[in-house]
Write a protein that binds this ligand. Sequence first.
Ligand SMILES: [Zn+2]
Length: 343
Amino acid sequence: MKLILKVLLINLIAIQVNAQSNGNVKNIRKALQSIAAEYSPTAHIVFTKVGNYKYQKYIYHKTKSVVLNYYNVPVHESTHHYNDLIRKRKSPKEFIEKNTGAGYFIYPNIEIGMANFPVYNSIELNDVIPDSIQVKLDNYETYIGGNDIKNLSSQINGIFGLMDEFTAYSTGAKSQLELYNYYLANSKTGFENIEWWGSFINNLAGCISDYYEFKLFIHWYLAHSKNAHFEEYEKIMANKKLRLVFTLADQNYNQVIKAYYEKVAFICEATQKYANSLRFDYYENQTYKSLMTYKGLSISSVSYVFEEEMEFSRKLYELLDQSILNDFRIEGATKENYRNYLE
Ligand SMILES: [Zn+2]
């Protein structure tokens, strides 16, 4: 239900932005590529690496506004494809022969492949996580719950599948952030157009709200593994490459979130001087909620929806035993020195 709400609200914004973004695009794939080449190094790497993969199918309308609003989606889906290519190149030979192993892309341009092993199905978490919490998380039913085995990687491949999603969301979010310079270059009225800038913030906020949810899923998976599948937990903890993937993708995502709040603050400043422009209220908990009013049309709930979701999962995450993910992280590893931890 919440997912539908999210899409509807994005469409509302999409209609508003149409005027600014010059309507239709002839060729979605070319539009995605040319924006990537000029503005998004992350999307450019991913689109280039996946070759002929038809990522354009994830953009459903031939309008520039839809291409911009959903830009992270073809990047996300391409990251899954790219991860599989890394698996086929970088897993140990005997794993590639058996069509198993795991591979992950982490921006900037880090590829890590590894051996994997059978793990418990994430659907077991349904018995551990209260229903009242499951229903409040946008992605829970889609990726884990629903009591119906869907043959999804995030279920049957457990922690390895969840990590595939985590890296795909991280890469998608980074690409959406990188569109900032596109929005700047293509804004005909600087910071006066509220739908334009509201749309940028809202799309990025949507990507970030997924972050805390997948951290929760990974946390819960590991905690349950420690409680109920201890042998498996020890094998996961012995897999330094998998832990390195989480450590680096988490750092990447944290940089995106930091940049998000900086951009929100900056756009807030820049739009202040315009009447009826984008306004942001500052709350004591250090988060911004945006209020957009334009010629009597109130669309204030748009950003509010994502911020609410993000706050719920962030607070839930902060209440949990932090030692689970702290133990899982490789202490001291960074994108600069990660090679030292590969062996
Ligand atoms: Zn995915």
